[in-house]
Design a protein around this ligand. Sequence first.
Ligand code: ADP
Ligand code: ZN
Length: 607
Amino acid sequence: MLQILKKHFGYDSFRPLQEEIIRHLLARRDALVLMPTGGGKSICYQLPALMCGGTAIVVSPLISLMKDQVESLQANGIATGALNSSNDETSNAILRRQCTEGKIKLLYISPERLLAEIPYLLKEMDISFFAIDEAHCISQWGHDFRPEYTQLGTLRDLFPQIPIIALTATADKITREDIVRQLRLQQPRIFLSSFDRPNLSLTVKRGYTAQEKHRTILDFIRRRPDESGIIYCMSRSKTESVAQMLQRQGIRAAIYHAGLSPEQRDRAQDDFINDRVQVVCATIAFGMGIDKSNVRWVIHYNLPKSIESFYQEIGRAGRDGLPSDTLLFYSLADLILLTKFAQESGQQAINEEKLRRMQQYAEADICRRRILLSYFGEQRTCDCGNCDVCKNPPERFDGTVIVQKALSAIVRAEQQIASGVTIDILRGNYTPEVNEKQYHRLKTFGAGRDIPARDWHDYLLQMLHLGYFEIAYNEGNHLKLTPIGAEVLYGRATASLVVIHREEKSTATRGRKKKEKGVAIQKPLVNLPGVESESLFQALRELRKRLADEEVLPAYIILSDKVLHQLAAVRPTTVEAFGNISGIGEYKKKKYGKSFVELIRRFTSEE
Ligand code: ADP
Ligand code: ZN
């Protein structure tokens, strides 16, 4: 098995669970595999497909997903095809013949096509096993329910002897049980791997204004030149305004949301996969079809509505296992809007609870990864060291006076004001509402002038989380004092707040610091024998891009970023040594070895 792994995929060892899953499938037994995105699910059925006689049938929900998988298998020289409506009739006919002749090791197919082919193509094929990818699509509890999937239960009845392996990255228990029941898996073994993604850094920025978000995003992207990333926004119009802001700054950005035509969406996705744009500004509609392994970062412009969605979305970064960064902006306005959505949804209690958990994550002052993993039922005893809380543990100070000022403004305005006006009163701003309601006569008017508005935003969020006031969502989002808030206001209790750290200091120190940080981000987590050369990496990347364009394939299909980093460090100067790099199989060694080795030789002799 290890030999086949090295020969076809170029890897030297299995990841946790892969070998057990493969052995189980080769013993012709059913299985359900739960692994996070990027965990390495594909190998679990691709490798046994190579070891079995006949053809493995892989059910996949989206054409774009099939395309990516087929391309990367073919790039490894493995006989693979996808039967779908986007092929022309001739190529589908050729593929059908290859299938019946047993020349294809893996056949990708959509569920509806599969069902239609049961009396035809499937009858004439020698099927090794069925792999049901994205199996959570079968469950209404999941977030990607696809009615076509529910018919797949008939497979077990029609093909009682052929094993079924179902795979998903969605962990929750109801979905899991639903998959087993609906696919009628026979005494399946359930392989549940850790959902931790240690290569994803986690950072939250709280209470930023739109302008500050934009500045932070620009700075973030400039520190990662040419690194692909996704910016998730709550609304369609936001995706457009953020993309325009980036384009004005010369950053290649595309838009993706459900309001665009299918052609426009396909183009955006294709441009992203092929590195013609660096950034996609998208709603949650984007991502399911994205297997691009070198998405290096994900930003949430707005708070997501649940931890499931959040984890799914950040999971699109760093599938290749290299360090990748995630950044979440959290504001009171988002929280208010999402609460309203949850209240208006059919399942108010559940959705409010999900939002509350998301809010707790964003407000956390303990390791954020521990919160995420505990949400998925994995308890950790150690902090991760790769989240902002671990890196900069929050510092606290006695914020009693600050809290008293805010609460007093609220009470004096008879609890009839929302957060914006509260800040106007504290800052002493003469706005139309202040004039109309005569708030400038209040004793607290201007009492918080010494604190900038953006810090007030942050402090108000902290006070909300500490339970000093509540928001009356059904009453114009007015702020209402709570009993424990009253304790602080009337001096019977003290309040401790977290010190706010803002990045932007003087511009002089800024340039240098950022640059150092940028380099650190590029460094891979893996232990490399040599020291990686950044300029060699760039040269390798250019060569890869040239080869990709020639073959009309995405660059990461040719070689992954991880492979390029290793090449830049190990600098193999023979084709044999090139083939020893993890991730390079026989086929790629023969196909690309010469070009890359020549480049590395030239580079090392010039150095
Ligand atoms: P998933 O389908 O679970 O999201 P993939 O199957 O796409 O994940 O695998 C994620 C990445 O990990 C791919 O780049 C894949 O080639 C790589 N990978 C899988 N198995 C191994 C392994 N045993 N050793 C090294 N890399 C692996
Ligand atoms: Zn942490």
